[in-house]
Design a protein around this ligand. Structure first.
Ligand code: FE2
Length: 323
């Protein structure tokens, strides 16, 4: 089956094309955040301007014509309302014009499923870490969904890194800048908050920002990153022991972090657990992961009527059925 998938939940408008699980194209256009953060209406406007061009790029890269598409998928949520709406409308327009089936995809599940494909894993324990989300997930066979074993009490680890970067005036104010500066840093004590398999990140960013006059930028970047990632590792280790998982994977935007992957890799090695992750372009938000899950859904008859399609800003992974 040839399926086109659209991702638009945050700053990326991505279009993927998949045929029988094989990714044929995965172009994207990104809203430039600069240093003021995400303003949903502004991002959505950019998505609307970019939508047609990214769809054309995807078709060209895949070497197919629009009329060959046999199914469409889009991100139903979670995400920013105005941004999700642009993806929904684009997908519905294409599905209606071609008269093909449409599937509403959960964004978190798409991150998990595309990672399982690349890591060649069937039933891993999953650490899902991105701007807006930080969760520990495991498939629940009985109910055909993912259970959330642990998650952030407040913000996602990616948002914490970005807001810390903004607070101390880094340019660009992103987690990747924090990671680069962290390489030359030493540890200073910051709040470490793990409760069972849940964790909280806001305290780290606020405390570190208050220390900016007396500690070096490198030391703060190093300490923020080490503290946050150690918390994620502690909670993941607890979940690994509880579920007796033999496989561990990390997915989502923050899974691009070499340091986090190194720490999780060591953890997995210690427990003789197989560890894996997807190539970076599939950890960042992308259309291919949506097309990949949409194809599975459509093959299993999990399609929606156009009138049933919508968006859900807080669409939780446990509310989505695994395809
Ligand atoms: Fe994401």
């Amino acid at each position: 089956m040839l399926v086109l998938g659209i991702e638009s939940s945050a700053h990326t408008f991505g279009v993927g094309i998949v045929r029988n699980g094989k990714i044929l194209a995965n172009p994207k256009a990104m809203f430039k955040i600069e240093n003021k953060g995400l303003i949903p209406a502004e991002v959505a406007e950019t998505h609307a301007v970019n939508a047609a061009g990214v769809v054309s790029d995807a078709l060209e890269l895949a070497g197919i014509k629009m009329r060959e598409i046999q199914g469409v998928g889009y991100t139903r949520g979670p995400g920013l309302g105005p941004c999700l709406q642009v993806g929904e409308l684009t997908a519905k327009t294409i599905a209606k014009r071609l008269g093909v089936a449409i599937a509403q995809v959960n964004h978190a599940m798409a991150h998990v499923e595309i990672t399982k494909k690349f890591a060649k894993m069937q039933d891993p324990l999953v650490l899902y870490v991105s701007g807006g989300n930080s969760q520990i997930l495991k498939k629940n066979e009985k109910f055909l969904h993912y259970s959330v074993l642990g998650e952030t009490f407040d913000i996602g680890v990616g948002n914490m890194l970005d807001s810390f970067a903004r607070e101390i005036g880094l340019n660009p104010a992103w987690g990747s800048t924090v990671a680069r500066l962290a390489e030359g840093g030493r540890y200073v004590k910051l709040p470490y908050k793990v409760k069972g398999m849940d964790f909280s990140f806001t305290g780290i960013a606020t405390s570190a920002a208050k220390m900016k006059e007396r500690e070096s930028v490198e030391d703060l970047c190093f300490s923020v990153q080490e503290t946050a990632f150690s918390m994620l590792c502690e909670a993941t280790e607890r979940a690994m022991l509880l579920t007796r998982s033999r496989e561990l994977c990390v997915c989502g935007g923050v899974a691009q972090s070499n340091r986090l992957r190194q720490m999780l890799g060591l953890l997995a090695k210690e427990h003789k657990v197989r560890f894996g992750y997807a190539p970076d372009q599939f950890n960042a938000d992308n259309g291919a992961m949506i097309a990949f899950v949409a194809e599975k859904m459509l093959k299993r008859g999990m399609e929606s009527k156009l009138s049933e399609c919508g968006i859900e800003q807080r669409y939780r992974i446990e509310d989505a059925v695994i395809a």
